[in-house]
Design a protein around this ligand. Structure first.
Ligand SMILES: [Zn+2]
Length: 434
């Protein structure tokens, strides 16, 4: 079962949390744990509740670079031509057409894909110590000719720290939904840990997670997620924990308890792990075949259209069509490492030879162009021009924290570690049959 534990600040200490790294020290004496759910509801109760519940589902994502409103609708699962047409043509909805990357977008969607409402938050940054935010809402309105309207509102913000835990039974996103963890936090969990684990291949059923994150409220109502502060994952007997550290700059990152950076130079997987990514390695295996020296690469089974990312920053060495490979992109990362992504349905628009790209930047999406019998990604890694197995190759390690920063990191991480440990004890106590 999912246990939900909130720490309620008794003073305004939390408000200063994001401003300076040292403020990460949460004063435990100022917090009292409050247990929201104690007894596990029976399966029939849960099913009854699901049936009774309104058929609208909530999604919370951040706008990706270069994403159009139509693409955002698709990603959110919105199938509503009238709503899209209104947003694209109404002058009041202008903000919605060119959404800056990073903006928080929330939507409520009926089971048939019709939009109930869409909210865009004006401030996208996670750490901003803003006191207010502007929210633009597109919703259905009986009173207008188009059936829709756009409303702007300025809203006062209040920051809270939330602690949640859950168990992966069907998928990671299923588990975070069940534990009431905002989708934007689930994405940050993946970002924090995907240098450590390949979510496509390594995630096991029964994996447990614990998270500590900030959430923004207004007049007691949840508004949106803020920054993930700490995450711990127990997966197949292995335990990994990451702590956010602002590192005295705007560009903070996630670090292990020992101060090792989790921002690896190379991602573990070229495939983005999303809500629709298939489940566990035991069922639909990723990759479909292990490394085959004659074949020179690894094939990842994935739905056509799945985003394919460059696993490290580098320069595009080739982007185009090659016999056998179909649409293929090759990226040189340094003097030593080159990666290749083949059978792409399409190559990311604007990607050209000689172009510099960042880690995680899209190179295209999964397809079956060239010699492929079904949609999959063919992925190669070359080290000094020799093909190696990307699943086992040693990849450059990330920079650890400087010795001078270790002490302030340890100070910032200590209360988070204590809270993760507390969360673990509470959830074990809740799981124990009585
Ligand atoms: Zn292949």
């Amino acid at each position: 079962m999912a246990a939900v534990l909130s720490l309620l600040p008794l003073s305004a200490a939390i408000a200063a949390l994001a401003a300076v790294p040292a403020a990460l020290e949460l004063d435990q004496s100022q917090m009292r744990p409050v247990l929201h759910s104690v007894a596990a509801p029976s399966i029939t109760d849960q099913v009854d509740e699901l049936v009774a519940r309104d058929d609208f589902h909530l999604r919370e994502v951040r706008v990706q670079r270069g994403e159009t409103l139509a693409a955002l609708f698709t990603r959110l699962g919105i199938v509503d031509a009238a709503a899209l047409r209104f947003a694209q043509t109404d002058t009041a909805a202008r903000l919605l057409v060119r959404l800056p990357p990073g903006r928080f977008v929330q939507s409520s969607i009926a089971s048939d894909g019709r939009l109930q409402w869409l909210k865009v938050h004006s401030a996208g940054d996670l750490d901003g110590a803003l006191a207010t935010t502007r929210i633009t809402t597109l919703d259905r309105s009986i009173g207008t000719e188009s059936g829709f309207r756009v409303v702007d509102a300025d809203i006062a913000l209040e920051r809270r720290v939330e602690l949640k835990t859950g168990e992966v039974r069907v998928s990671l996103f299923g588990a975070t939904d069940e534990a009431d963890v905002p989708e934007a936090i689930a994405h940050q969990m993946i970002d924090a840990l995907e240098g450590e684990i390949d979510f496509h291949r390594d995630l096991r059923r029964g994996a447990r997670f614990r998270v500590i994150y900030e959430a923004l409220y207004s007049s007691g109502e949840y508004l949106r997620a803020g920054r993930l502060l700490a995450v711990e994952l127990e997966n197949g007997g292995k335990r990994v924990a990451a702590y956010w550290f602002a590192n005295g700059s705007k560009h903070g990152g996630f670090y292990g308890a020992d101060g090792r950076s989790f921002k690896q130079a190379f991602l573990r997987s070229p495939l983005e792990y999303t809500r629709v990514s298939s489940g566990f390695s035991a069922s639909r295996t990723h990759p479909i075949f292990g490394y085959d020296a004659a074949h020179r690469g690894v094939d990842y089974a994935a739905a056509a259209g799945t985003n394919v990312r460059s696993i490290a920053e580098g320069v595009v060495e080739f982007a185009g069509w090659q016999r056998g490979y179909g649409n293929v992109v090759e990226v040189r990362h340094d003097g030593k490492h080159v990666t290749l992504y083949a059978h792409l349905e399409s190559i990311t628009a604007g990607l050209r030879q000689g172009m510099r790209i960042g880690q995680g930047d899209s190179v295209g999406n999964v397809g079956m162009t060239g010699w492929a019998t079904g949609p999959h990604l063919h992925f190669e890694l070359k080290v000094h021009d020799l093909h190696v197995n990307p699943l086992t190759a040693e990849l450059p390690a990330a920079q650890p924290l400087a010795v001078a920063q270790l002490a302030s990191f340890a100070l910032a991480a200590a209360p988070l570690r204590a809270q993760l440990a507390l969360l673990e004890r509470v959830s074990i106590a809740l799981d124990r049959p009585r």
